[in-house]
Design a binder for this molecule. Structure first.
Ligand code: PLP
Length: 417
């Protein structure tokens, strides 16, 4: 970053520090990943300059000869990768994508049924702090308190009772597979549209490792920076019959000009997703999450739903007498980065955050495997159980650093130069 160092040395230093932070810590944030270096290149390319309004072949600004090709490439590759009828690659984010879906076929005030946030759902699924809840009338289904899995009978009952215009399936913290076929069937019973939000799961779906919601859904949304490893931005897949409505809802409905540099990154990751390296990283992500869940349970942690089918492991720390917040801080101090997370039982005591969420994507992208997962959980447990013992904490920190040096972000895994 030669130009940045000249224009703004202080900012250049922060970029360097961030690079260093990523190299020297273990990233267990389930929403993050390490992208291939080529993704960072294309996101920083001259396509930042171009403004596009409208769609390829029908723009409101001139000079789109290359941008049109980029967007068409992203659309074609996305369509083929996810076997979708229609693709919109313009959303700035997953939240933007969801907003556009709601506004494409609903009227403000219409009823939507989605998953409750403390039970795994997302802010953009009608949480009271999100604008989505001000525009539409949301009701939320929950997980079963015993199994900690989606209670499909409850979803059906609520759907029949509330008669929503749309049902949303998808979650930010839910470690199990979602039965899209079943929820789609329920949506059909009550003549509701069905949106599957696979923000967290797109990479695993792209690699064909978990079932795709596409055949069962009217709309599918996702973000590219989570398991998908493709940089920033959102995508909408939908049935052909909704294509025009979706395109209008994205632009000019919810957004102005879209980011061509990010559309280019989407085109790129849709190509890379077919390659062996991507599929291997996703396979390892799935296997590594299972190891983390197993080792945690062996150590007596309450793993929500008793395991995982994806890249996430959710832990309720109540039984260990540690809050989510203090666990997050303690682990950050030893270089293990994750986030505190609400768990289903927190709903009864607002403000309480009893859990932490782990994700296996970023450590898997670094090339780590089963042995390292075992080690990471050992270190995590050692830190949490000895928070006041400075010598132990120091020892854990040193071992985390050693592991990071052995599996560099740059030069191994996904970001090979
Ligand atoms: C992360 C996430 C989103 C939002 O994505 P942004 O790009 O951060 O707006 C939407 N839905 C779900 C289920 C998510 O987990």
């Amino acid at each position: 970053m030669l130009y940045l160092a000249k224009d703004d040395p202080a900012l250049a230093e922060l970029v360097k520090n961030e690079d260093n932070r990523l190299e020297t810590t273990l990233n267990l944030i389930a929403a993050e990943n390490h992208s291939p270096q080529s993704i960072l290149e294309v996101m920083g390319s001259v396509f930042n300059t171009k403004t596009i309004e409208g769609y390829p072949g029908n723009r409101f600004h001139a000079g789109c000869i290359n941008a049109d090709q980029v967007e068409n490439l992203a659309i074609e590759r996305g369509r083929s990768l996810f076997k979708a009828e229609h693709v919109n690659v313009q959303p700035h984010s997953g939240t933007s994508a969801n907003l556009a879906v709601y506004f494409s076929v609903l009227k403000t005030g219409d009823r939507i049924l989605s998953m409750s946030l403390p039970h795994g759902g997302h802010l953009s699924h009608g949480h009271s702090a999100s604008i989505t809840s001000k525009c539409f009338d949301f009701s939320h289904y929950k997980v079963n308190p015993e199994t900690e899995r989606i209670d499909y009978d409850q979803v059906r009952k609520m759907a029949h009772c509330l008669k929503p215009r749309m049902i949303v399936a998808g979650a930010s913290s839910y470690p199990r597979l979602i039965d899209y076929e079943k929820i789609s069937g329920i949506a059909k019973e009550v003549s509701a549209f069905f949106l599957a939000d696979m923000a967290h799961l797109a990479g695993l779906v792209a690699a064909n490792l978990i079932p795709s919601p596409v055949p069962h859904s009217d709309f599918v949304t996702f973000t590219c920076y989570k398991t998908m490893m493709g940089g920033r931005g959102g995508v909408i897949l939908c049935r052909e019959m909704f294509g025009k409505k979706i395109d209008k809802a994205v632009f000019p409905g919810c957004q102005g000009t879209s980011a061509v540099n990010l559309i280019a990154a989407k085109a790129l990751i849709f190509k890379l997703a077919l390659e062996d390296k991507f599929v291997r990283a996703q396979k390892s992500t799935l296997a590594n999450a299972r190891v983390m869940a197993r080792v945690l349970m062996e150590k007596g942690y309450h793993v929500i739903s008793g395991g995982t089918d994806n890249h996430q492991v959710l832990i309720d720390l109540t039984g260990k007498g540690i809050s989510g917040k203090s666990a997050e801080a303690c682990l950050e101090s030893v270089g293990i980065i994750l986030n505190r997370n609400v768990v289903p039982q927190d709903e009864n005591t607002p403000g309480k955050v009893s859990g932490i969420r782990l994700g296996s994507s970023a450590v898997s992208a670094r090339g780590m495997g089963e042995v390292q997962m075992q080690k990471i959980i050992d270190l995590m447990d050692m830190a949490l159980m000895n928070q006041k013992k400075k010598a132990v904490i120091k020892q854990v920190k040193d071992q985390v650093l050693e592991l990071c040096r052995e599996f560099p972000v740059n030069g191994s895994g996904s970001t090979e130069k």
